[in-house]
Design a protein around this ligand. Structure first.
Ligand code: NAP
Length: 540
């Protein structure tokens, strides 16, 4: 019996999302001469760096370690103005990349994908857009962001507030004049900490509603002058080599000594040095055992608590800002600029919502169990339905009518975070369980996109049109990931790393969302697939 002949799909590849990941993937597909397009829901490119227009948004990866590394010309021509660039500069950078590599030609804006259904007979995805149009593609590549589904708190009256209010992800594009305003910030994660630090000096009065404090540490930002930039440009090979060696893709390397093997005086001197070092040194450049040994972690947490006590003048307030439910680094560490000093101002107030819970948002402000607060502006820095939230918004239907939402209800099981059994030709770039989540994002993204692009070239060369992760590959990946995660203290902390979000209906489960095995091990696993001719996948 002869095979039925089908017309070609509209595209060989569709990428959903024109952020850091989607842009690079499009560049690679363009180089390969593929018939591909990017569908972007927003009116322009940039993803997270277009969206998060809240005051204070900036990198806490070193700028020179965050840019793409794939083009020497791009590295040579782009100058970063700050050690940790602000949001607007990063958005400009992404526009520059898109223009320089002619990527805009391939991006369709205001195109929201609502559903995607696998067609087993034709080996293709049928993609439905919000406007009702449908198109077909051989491969469907998601670059939809890990933190792109914001969650508002479920307080009564959120819609009733008559002043300006917004979630940080939806901060107004036009400048907001905060001068003299009474501002509330709800949430003290990495975003809230940036907002509070930025606004403390620039508003009339600032009230912070805190549920749980985080362990914050100084960013130490500084301008980069032309001479320093020239030196950094000459060091790009070393910078990216250092990122490749480190677990999280940062320039900082861990210290392999054990905390208590190092004499106390030397240990404290080392920690002082880390605290004075810019960026994530105090997290990922520490003694490795701080991330898995409870006693080592407690010792370092006590050191950081001491710093908070030194920086906050009011001792009662200082205690409220010191976490007691988790140790340092077991949740995402917010990096800050004079965050703790903000609380020394008479105009900055902290409300602990555990002591005086928020009862409702009113037309004029926030009502807690003991007081009515009046505000001009309320900023919700209340986080995201992280990592799987963006997937849940698209109705993916795979082999036999199974939906991705159902399959991932308990755990977003994948092979290497890039494919999931039952959903052939769906490539979850920056997906759950990939190395991108716990990493300096572009570093992991270049690895994943390069690996997948190589795989795709191989499939095309062999005339294959279907690829699916084997169930056994997925099972092995999940076991590997669980073993690594469970060995770390972060597995016990409630945060978006482990699927916690108090603003959603779903029960909190440790969902093994992120791969914390480190970039080198991740690349080794992906490389093994290449060496075995992609033995972990069914090809047809
Ligand atoms: P987040 O870390 O999830 O923090 C959300 C905050 O809102 C938490 O303090 C949370 O309290 C609080 N919250 C949530 N619902 C609340 C409610 N109903 N009432 C009171 N408080 C509530 O979210 P995020 O700060 O937006 O950060 C998310 C991630 O974005 C970061 O971890 C980071 O990866 C990324 N980010 C990166 C940068 C950067 O690169 N520079 C900057 C900002 C953010 P609980 O802690 O009690 O849950």
């Amino acid at each position: 019996m002869s095979e039925p002949q089908y017309e070609a799909p509209d595209y060989e590849a569709v990428i959903i999302g024109a952020g850091v990941c989607g842009l690079y993937q499009m560049h690679r597909l363009q180089e390969m001469g593929m018939r591909a397009t990017v569908l972007e829901a927003a009116g322009d490119l940039g993803g997270t760096w277009r969206q998060n227009r809240y005051p204070g948004a900036r990198f806490d990866s070193e700028s020179v370690s965050y840019g793409y590394s794939f083009s020497k010309d791009l590295l040579a021509e782009w100058n970063w103005s700050e050690r940790f660039a602000g949001r607007a500069e990063t958005e400009r950078y992404l526009h520059h990349v898109a223009d320089r590599f002619d990527l805009r030609l391939h991006i369709q804006f205001n195109r929201t994908v609502t559903a995607a259904t696998w067609d087993e007979a034709r080996h293709r995805w049928s993609v439905t857009l919000a406007d009702g149009e449908t198109l077909t593609t051989r491969y469907l590549l998601t670059a939809i962001g890990m933190l792109s589904t914001p969650t508002l708190p479920r307080y009564k009256g959120v819609d009733s507030f008559e002043g300006l209010s917004f979630h940080t992800y939806h901060a107004p594009a036009e400048p907001v004049d905060y001068t003299g305003k009474r501002v509330a910030v709800i949430g003290t994660g990495a975003t809230g900490v940036q907002v509070i630090s930025e606004l403390a000096d620039n508003v009339g009065d600032l009230t912070v509603f805190q549920r749980r404090p985080n362990w914050c540490a100084p960013l130490h930002n500084a301008p980069i002058g032309p001479e320093e930039m020239a030196t950094l440009k000459a060091s790009y090979d070393e910078i990216f080599a250092a990122c490749r060696e480190s677990g999280g893709g940062f320039i900082h390397q861990p210290d392999h000594r054990k905390t208590f093997e190092v004499p106390q005086v030397e240990r404290l001197a080392f920690w002082e040095k880390l605290y004075a070092t810019p960026g994530f040194a105090k997290w990922v450049g520490n003694f490795g055992d701080v991330s898995f040994d409870a006693a080592a972690n407690a010792e370092y947490s006590a050191f950081i608590a001491g710093k908070i006590r030194q920086r906050v003048k009011d001792p009662v307030l200082a205690e409220k800002l010191i976490p007691t439910d988790h140790g340092f680094g077991t949740r995402r560490v917010p990096l800050e600029t004079r965050y703790y000093e903000a609380y020394n101002r008479d105009t900055v107030h902290l409300v602990d919502v555990n002591e005086t819970p928020i009862v409702e948002i009113t037309p004029t402000g926030v009502k807690t169990s003991d007081k009515d607060y009046a505000f001009d502006i309320i900023i919700y820095a209340t986080g995201f339905d992280a990592i799987t939230g963006a997937f849940d918004r698209i109705a993916f239907t795979g082999v036999g009518g199974q939906t991705l939402k159902d399959k991932w209800a308990d755990i977003p099981a994948t092979a290497y975070g890039v494919m999931t059994h039952g959903f052939p030709n769906l490539v979850t770039l920056a997906g759950p369980q990939s190395a991108s989540v716990a990493s300096n994002f572009p570093r992991a993204i270049e690895d994943i996109v390069d690996w997948w692009s190589g795989f795709l070239a191989d499939l095309r060369a062999r005339g294959l049109t279907r690829v699916e992760a084997k169930q056994a590959t997925e099972d092995a990946w999940v076991s590997h990931l669980q073993a690594i995660t469970d060995s770390l203290l972060l597995s016990k902390a409630k945060s978006w790393f482990t699927g916690y979000n108090g603003n959603l209906d779903r029960a909190y489960k440790n969902r093994y969302l992120i791969y914390v095995g480190g970039g080198p091990r991740y690349r080794e696993k992906l490389g093994r697939e290449v060496d075995t001719g992609y033995a972990g996948f069914d090809l047809a």
